[in-house]
Design a protein around this ligand. Structure first.
Ligand SMILES: [Zn+2]
Length: 235
């Protein structure tokens, strides 16, 4: 079982036990998507950092990819990506997941784009989509994921790891948000710790000067931050 660490698997069993009395079993079963596909999209969530923030090692290294696995063969269809844009925009609510939901909505409703959906059609479309985020969502974003009605929510690094490594956080796990959202008409499958061995390095350097920067980045002159490596540093 590559997809989960044991503690998360246990939590999910507990969660599914709670859910099983309220929703059909068919909604609780992980669809037959191989780990290699999950890993591909988690890596896309990491890659979104370089593509949208201009650096593979931004301080707030929270990246998201939204994918349609419904009715598609193979890897699935990327709908949009998003990254934390607090610093770029000044909008304190624009975490990676919120940015992705905003980006996807714009893409789904673009009158000249691939989908050309109406507002109501776009809103309904989220029930077929999977959100991959390289770190477990804060309670604001976990709530937004539930309000959107995503089919699946897949995260890499856990909130527990973030807090242990010095990140400030509102201490409500995604599992708790999901457990408190059973009244919503949609149901979202939660998968945690997916490819955490690759997502963790994006979050472990910020408050630990001894921890190496993510690939392609080096410590800045005073050692407090990571920045894109120079050609000499890459030799
Ligand atoms: Zn958030």
């Amino acid at each position: 079982m590559h997809m989960f660490t044991l503690p998360i698997a246990i939590l999910l069993c507990f969660f599914q036990t709670i859910l099983s009395s309220t929703i059909p079993d068919s909604m609780l079963i992980t669809r037959d998507i191989p780990f290699s596909t999950r890993a591909y999209w988690m890596r896309r969530a990491n890659e979104a950092l370089g593509e949208l923030s201009g650096s593979p090692c931004p301080f707030a290294a929270f990246g998201t990819a939204v994918v349609n696995h419904t009715g598609t063969d193979g890897l699935g269809d990327q709908i949009c990506i998003g990254v934390n844009q607090n610093r770029q925009t000044g909008n304190p609510a624009l975490h990676g997941e919120i940015a992705a939901i905003t980006n996807c909505t714009a893409i789904l409703t673009d009158p000249h784009g691939r989908f050309r959906l109406t507002a109501s059609e776009a809103q309904a479309a989220f029930v077929d989509l999977t959100l991959y985020t390289n770190a477990e969502s804060c309670p604001m974003c976990a709530s937004a994921i539930r309000w959107a009605g995503f089919k699946e929510y897949v995260y890499g690094t856990s909130i527990h790891t973030l807090v242990r490594k010095g990140w400030s956080q509102i201490h409500i796990s995604s599992l708790e948000v999901f457990q408190a959202s059973l009244d919503l008409s949609s149901h979202t499958l939660l998968m945690g710790d997916v490819l955490a061995n690759e997502t963790d390095p994006y979050f472990l350097w910020q408050f630990d000067p001894a921890y190496p920067c993510p690939d392609g980045c080096s410590r800045s002159g005073n050692g407090t931050t990571c920045r894109v490596s120079t050609r000499d540093e890459l030799k």
